[in-house]
Write a protein that binds this ligand. Structure first.
Ligand code: HAM
Length: 431
């Protein structure tokens, strides 16, 4: 037998039941984004590799070991499947001069690729909804973006998602903190693990993010950035917190929240659920005021976040969200040549009126077609045999009678079938 070809490890098919659920999720997302005046931007999945190296940072897990990078065999260009969306979004904003006239609120949805070890909630191809605001310097937009998250959890019927907040200050403040950290870890170098020793001089901040239990005590005693922050950075951080407090949004300040990408400054935040096991962060982001200039644009402040769609969908399911297929309104059953031709016309006519129709394909007896109509969950069967075709009529059979609605079929003219169905649907919706 010919061996079957399987999907790539960590890259999942989203089958129809699941995909319908995703579509409903995406509808909620789009209307939520519209309510905050964010506009869509669609970006390539493949970008030049140097974009990510420059934006995310050479000494990060993503760039060091997780990127799907390859050389374009036709022109030798180094390319990478995007591991995240911010770098590409900023590239596009610069390339098309989008913030010359006015600040932009943008969003994108789509696949990202990271060569991580697959496990529950962590995949090699995963989907993000990303939100970026460019050209806004004040803490008001940081806070608005954080509160957007809170509203979305509410719209999705999710609770128990906690907000963690931190500030990374400005580069000069971080540089001072960095040298404090290096001296501290040098003094305790015998306690560091291999990763820690490797990062001691290249990226000591990332040691604070280590999950190694043996390092936790050392990390707890490490110098804190907040002690190096100047008045402006402190005021920005306080500004964000003030809006959150005014909105009644609880948060925890987590000085160890440093994020795995190097482009951040000032505000960083993560929304974390305790119901997803180890991969509990459903949404994360912060301010990245230096990135536009770093990628060749005129300096412009910016702030954004991204959500992991698989993780959010898992939470919605865990909270009892229903997947189930959305049934069609009408299943069209037909037999005989003239009847089938009329049935195809009737189906299109119903769709013209906005009625969802499943047109039976593949023949079979009336009995077997009716079984399929019942199983489809449709509200009505429209049945057309030679008899009906000759009379220019259809048989309309309600399949899910409710209340006083009798389960009786009736003959109606082809011209009135759409009205009959619409008025029954309206009656049901009212009852
Ligand atoms: P990130 O923290 O790397 O940030 O990813 C954001 C979210 O994507 C995570 O919180 C998680 O929910 C989801 N995610 C990340 N990796 C995986 C994975 N392997 N499998 C499943 N889900 C995953 C960024 O990507 C930044 N671009 C966010 C941002 C936008 N910052 C500013 N603007």
């Amino acid at each position: 037998m010919t061996p079957k070809i399987q999907s790539v490890r960590g890259m999942n098919d989203i089958l129809p039941d699941e995909a319908e659920f995703w579509e409903r999720f995406e509808e909620t997302i789009r209307s939520w984004l519209r309510s905050y005046a964010y506009r869509p931007i669609r970006l390539p999945i493949v970008e030049p590799t140097p974009l990510f190296k420059r934006a995310i940072g050479e000494v990060t897990d993503i760039v060091e070991k997780e990127m799907y990078s390859f050389i374009d065999s036709l022109n030798g260009e180094p390319l990478t499947l995007r591991p995240e969306g911010t770098a590409g979004c900023v590239r596009a904003v610069i390339q098309h001069n989008l913030i010359a006239q006015q600040p932009q609120r943008l969003y994108y949805m789509g696949q990202m690729f990271r060569h991580e070890r697959p496990q529950k909630g962590r995949y090699r191809q995963f989907y993000q909804v990303g939100v970026e605001a460019l050209g806004f310097p004040g803490p008001d937009i940081d806070a608005e973006q954080i509160l957007m998250g809170a509203r979305l959890w509410d719209d999705l019927g999710l609770d128990g998602i906690a907000l963690q907040l931190n500030t990374l200050g400005q580069p000069a403040e971080r540089a001072r903190h960095r040298s404090d950290l290096i001296s501290y870890f040098e003094q305790h170098s015998e306690m560091l693990d291999d990763d820690g020793r490797r990062r001691l001089y290249s990226n000591p901040l990332r040691i604070l993010d280590s999950k190694n239990p043996a390092l936790q005590e050392l990390i707890l005693g490490a110098p804190q950035l907040i002690d190096q922050l100047g008045a402006e950075s402190l005021a920005h951080f306080e500004g964000v917190q003030q809006v959150l407090r005014d909105a009644g949004q609880p948060f925890e300040i987590n000085p160890r929240l440093v994020r795995g990408l190097d482009y951040y400054n000032l505000t960083v935040f993560e929304w974390v659920s305790d119901r997803l096991g180890a991969q509990g962060t459903v949404c994360a982001g912060g301010r990245y005021d230096g990135l536009v200039q770093q990628l060749g644009g005129k300096p412009a402040p910016a702030c954004g976040f991204a959500m992991g769609v698989e993780r959010l969908i898992a939470l919605i399911r865990e909270a009892g969200g229903e997947a189930g297929a959305e049934p069609v309104d009408v299943y069209v059953v037909h037999q005989g040549q003239a009847a089938s031709r009329l049935a195809a016309r009737v189906a299109e006519g119903l769709r013209d009126q906005g009625i969802d129709v499943l047109f039976h394909c593949g023949g079979g007896s009336f009995k077997s077609q009716m079984k399929k109509a019942d199983a489809s969950g449709a509200s009505f069967a429209v049945i057309i045999g030679d008899d009906e075709a000759n009379a220019g009529e259809v048989t309309l059979k309600p399949l899910r009678p409710t209340g006083e609605q009798p389960n009786e079929q009736k003959r109606v003219s082809v011209d009135s079938v759409a009205d009959e169905i619409m008025s029954s649907i309206l009656d049901w919706e009212e009852s």
